[in-house]
Design a protein around this ligand. Structure first.
Ligand code: AMP
Length: 206
């Protein structure tokens, strides 16, 4: 099953990807996670990526497309994968479908006013990657015992840039997926588990 998860920053793509991986055993390919790992290792790609990510800007298409192409050729992606955070431009979407088949692109539809709030309250574990929303319950420590952090690009100014970028590109991408007859839309629920009921229904019908 080759899946694209698509939606505004903070719509819950990462949480859905983890639930899909847990049930179907296919890997989550998050371009954001790969780039953040390159930044923490201070690689050549990481140094370039940091300049874009920390300002809420998208990396150049060619760079990200090459990264995804290389990642999808790895043995662990041969029985399927979940793309999370890619494509983010129409060009990326078009080029993706030139080199690989996508069974479904799931749009997680969330009220855009909700998005800013969700991103601001998001905390992640830098060790195990678990994502928390601290709006109702303030948590500092992950269940694995490590201290949660706020992503640099979840801070207000950067979040606003990321939302603007999403709004500028999303219509064209959604239209493209629709034309290629691979678009499925789910409404984002109150909890990841609630949203997953709809996501899972789509996947079980494939
Ligand atoms: P994410 O974790 O998916 O929110 O991605 C974090 C940041 O990584 C984005 O705000 C971009 O700066 C960069 N990034 C991730 N995926 C892409 C992509 N497909 N194209 C360009 N930049 C990306």
């Amino acid at each position: 099953m080759n899946i694209v998860l698509f939606g505004a920053p903070g719509c819950g793509k990462g949480s859905q990807a983890k639930l899909i991986t847990a049930k179907y055993g296919i890997p989550q390919i998050s371009t954001g996670d790969i780039l953040r790992s390159e930044i923490s290792k201070n690689t050549e790609l990481g140094i370039i990526a940091g300049k874009y990510i920390n300002n809420g800007l998208l990396l150049p298409d060619d760079l990200v497309i090459e990264l995804v192409k290389k990642t999808l050729q790895q043995p662990n992606c041969q029985n399927g994968f979940i793309l999370d955070g890619f494509p983010r431009t129409l060009n990326q979407a078009q080029r993706l479908l030139e080199f690989i088949n996508i069974d479904v692109a799931i749009l997680i539809d969330v009220n855009i006013n909700e998005v800013e709030r969700r991103a601001l309250y998001r905390r992640i574990c830098p060790v195990c990657g678990k994502i928390y929303n601290i709006s109702n319950k303030y948590i500092e420590i992950c269940e694995c015992g490590n201290k949660l952090i706020q992503r640099e690009d979840d801070k207000l100014e950067v979040v606003r840039h990321r939302i603007e970028k999403y709004l500028a590109n999303s219509e064209d991408i959604i239209e493209f997926f629709k034309e290629r007859k691979i678009l499925a839309t789910v409404l984002s629920g109150e909890t990841p588990e609630e949203t997953f009921v709809s996501v899972d229904k789509i996947l079980s019908e494939l």
